[in-house]
Design a protein around this ligand. Structure first.
Ligand code: AMP
Ligand code: DBH
Length: 551
């Protein structure tokens, strides 16, 4: 089958009056070494396109096609672009501009896409918070990014975001806050900003979040050039085109839904994105039927919920061509059910916001599609599988995955100390994943060496949860681990040593309430289980043995 090529326009729409830009200099960003950057350009990976230029291409090729649909609004590419200029004007009027970091804390809506592209338009850097984040995480992001802006919605479903904006306004006087009434366009009106490029393709375009392994969030600086290379190739590998309709089921801010091939892949080909307000089978299967959805990106628990749903029998989902499944290991039994029960093909996606993304390919044999997590996007993705001493292991043997390439970062933002551990001296990212590579280069994820919990695709750093619990005055010590779970792959368990072992407090429900209301953390980081112990299991060297706790 011929692989569709994507036509790209890289020439910026420019009014010819503004002075040429010089590269954006942000302290705390580790650049690609010059010789690598030169090679990536020479090989045609980095083509000199910004995210704003990506949207321009879609607008000129498909002005009247629907770009984004949510339950309240639909916008065509031309309408999206017009709205982006108006909102960009509103942001610029507040003094936001090139290089400013702006926290985007919004659910899956048309407004989300408008806001993100408006930020690209003024050369500001979106920081992609998840809608599920709460006060604790948003405060951390504002600090870590030294944010100048915070954009959220008034309310969505049962969640109100407005109060958090007031808090941010008070706690961070330098941050401009925007609370958008969802579905009401009047919040940004007035003169549209003229369409001029305000960022260079080599600039950092945004800060993505890492699931992380530490007590403080790690921000991932991605350039326009490197990210859009991965997006265009993802679109090509997944055979999407302007007739494709993607259902955005997971949070749109997640790197997977954003770029593999995701929202941006759909924009690259002039396709349409339908925003799902929630991932339930009832909602999603209905939307697939209503909008003739062709593709959806799912984490394994959501796929399994769809497969097991009674709604499947009531809905016509014959438009579905392929589901992309990733974020956590997909059990083989579930993988085998996709073709017969959903009537579409499966593509496994093993990716990371730091860069490297692997896909099984359309046309691969069944065993490859159901048992591997695919192979890298690029011929220049360098993959090393090494033992504990850093020595490469033979194909077929398990080892630590390290990677370097044309869209994998060389360092986290402003994290020199952490970078010394997370990156090798020769610039490979130590992913913390344990994989087996086969002679064709396909990877199978078999474990993890990083201290992280993967709860159905949501990544939790135990250290972060431990820090919040240690703030409780009745807790002496705590250790947070992942425990196996049939539905989610893993769940969160906190082993707690009470200050007074005789007291019977705090209880599990008191601790849940403490995390939710006093610490104000995202719900998905709250332990599913609390175990009260008097000591932690230890290894022979006296460290807490997280492996034995998790089993
Ligand atoms: P992050 O670095 O927070 O973007 O999370 C990326 C991590 O998610 C990877 O390093 C893996 O640990 C995990 N992951 C993503 N996709 C898959 C997959 N298909 N199978 C297993 N683990 C995955
Ligand atoms: O889990 C991830 O972070 C992920 C999964 C699939 C990802 O970042 C991606 C594809 O790009």
């Amino acid at each position: 089958m011929a692989i569709p090529r994507i036509s790209v326009h890289t020439k910026p729409v420019h009014d010819g009056t503004s002075p040429p830009l010089s590269p954006l200099r942000l302290d705390g960003v580790v650049d690609y070494p010059a010789e690598f950057a030169a090679q990536y350009r020479e090989k045609g990976y980095w083509i000199g396109q910004t995210h704003s230029a990506l949207l321009d291409s879609a607008v000129s090729a498909h002005p009247d096609r629907p770009a984004v649909v949510d339950p309240r609004r639909t916008v065509t590419y031309a309408e999206l672009s017009e709205r982006v200029q108006v909102i960009a004007g509103a942001f610029a009027a507040e003094g936001l501009g090139r290089g400013d970091r702006v926290i985007v804390h919004m659910p899956n809506t048309v407004e989300y896409v408008e806001v993100v592209f408006a930020l690209f338009e003024i050369g500001a850097l979106p920081v992609f918070a998840l809608a599920a984040h709460r006060s604790a995480e948003i405060h951390q992001f504002c600090t870590a990014a030294t944010a100048r802006g915070y954009v959220t919605v008034d309310k969505f479903g049962l969640t109100s975001y407005g109060d958090l904006a007031t808090e941010i306004d008070t706690d961070f006087p330098e941050v401009s806050t925007f609370v958008i009434p969802v579905g009401d366009e009047s919040w940004a009106a007035g003169r549209p900003l003229p369409r001029v490029d305000r960022s260079l393709p080599s600039d950092v375009a945004f800060l993505q979040l890492s699931g992380g392994t530490t007590g403080t969030p790690k921000l991932i600086p991605r350039t326009h050039d490197d990210y859009l290379y991965s997006v265009r190739e993802s679109a090509r590998i997944c055979h999407i085109d302007s007739s494709s309709v993607m259902l955005a089921v997971l949070p749109i801010s997640h790197n997977f839904t954003m770029s593999s091939p995701g929202l941006l892949g759909m924009i690259a080909v002039g396709g349409c994105v339908v925003m799902a307000p929630d991932p339930s089978p009832d909602t999603c299967l209905r939307l697939i039927e209503e909008h003739a959805v062709t593709h959806a990106a799912l984490v394994p628990p959501v796929l399994i919920a769809w497969l097991n749903s009674s709604a499947l029998a009531d809905r016509d989902i014959s438009s579905l061509e392929s589901v992309w499944v990733g974020g956590a290991k997909l059990p083989e039994e579930a993988a085998r059910r996709v073709a017969p029960e959903l009537g579409c093909t499966l593509t496994q996606v093993f990716g990371m916001a730091e860069g490297l993304v692997n896909y099984t390919r359309i046309g691969d044999d069944d065993a490859t599609i159901t048992t591997t997590q695919g192979r890298p996007i690029s011929p220049d993705d360098e993959v090393r599988v090494v033992d504990d001493a850093g020595v490469p292991v033979a194909d077929g043997l398990a080892g630590h995955l390290q990677t370097r390439g044309p869209y994998t970062i060389r360092g986290y933002y402003r994290a020199p100390e952490h970078n010394r551990k997370a990156f090798t001296a020769d610039g490979f990212y130590a992913t913390g994943d344990i994989v087996v590579r086969d002679p064709r280069g396909y990877l199978t994820v078999v474990g993890r060496s990083k201290d992280q919990i993967n709860r159905g695709g949501e990544k939790i750093a135990p250290a972060m949860v431990e820090n919040h619990l240690l703030a409780h005055h009745e807790i002496h010590d705590v250790s947070v681990v992942g425990i196996p779970d049939d539905a989610l792959g893993e769940r969160i368990c906190a082993y707690v040593i009470r200050r007074d072992p005789e007291s019977g407090t705090p209880t599990a429900s008191q601790l849940r309430a403490f995390l939710r209301t006093e610490r104000q953390v995202a719900a998905y980081t709250i332990p599913d289980r609390f175990e009260f112990v008097t000591e932690f299991p230890t290894t022979s060297v006296g460290k807490i043995d997280k492996k034995s706790q998790g089993s």
